[in-house]
Ligand binder design. Structure first.
Ligand SMILES: [Zn+2]
Length: 129
């Protein structure tokens, strides 16, 4: 199955916002990625008839959302590190696994590594196929 590049970009951007802490940069990227669809999907107040319909079969959409979970797991395997603040406490065994720039929901520690690039997301995606 081949996914159009703009759809792939949108899905990756959406994953970051939905599954990780939504940083400004991640939200900006989602906004930019969604912009590519502005002419293909009508705004609520516009008649749908005049807008070309996105030609993505439902089965592909389901496949993509299923892929979101797998992508998340793959990213954690590739870039996840145990939260050091969790490790200092008694809850060693259940330390939060953090991706770059992610905030630990337990203790507020923020992973200091630079935010992952879309290329890094893509590389993990490619490697898992
Ligand atoms: Zn922690």
């Amino acid at each position: 199955m081949s996914i159009p590049e703009d759809v792939r970009r949108l899905v990756i951007a959406a994953r970051k916002v939905v599954f990780e802490d939504p940083t400004d940069a991640a939200l900006d990227e989602l906004d930019d990625a969604a912009e590519a669809f502005a002419e293909r999907v009508a705004w609520d107040e516009e008649p749908e008839d005049d807008a070309a319909q996105p030609s993505i079969p439902m089965s592909d959409m389901i496949e993509m959302y299923r892929g979101v979970k797998d992508h998340r797991k793959a990213m954690r395997r590739a870039f996840g590190v145990a939260c050091p603040r969790c490790l200092e406490t008694a809850r060693r065994a259940s330390a939060t696994i953090l991706l770059p720039q992610q905030r630990c929901r337990v203790d507020g520690y923020v992973d200091p590594r630079p935010e992952l690039t879309s290329e890094q997301h893509q590389a993990v995606e490619d490697a898992s196929q």
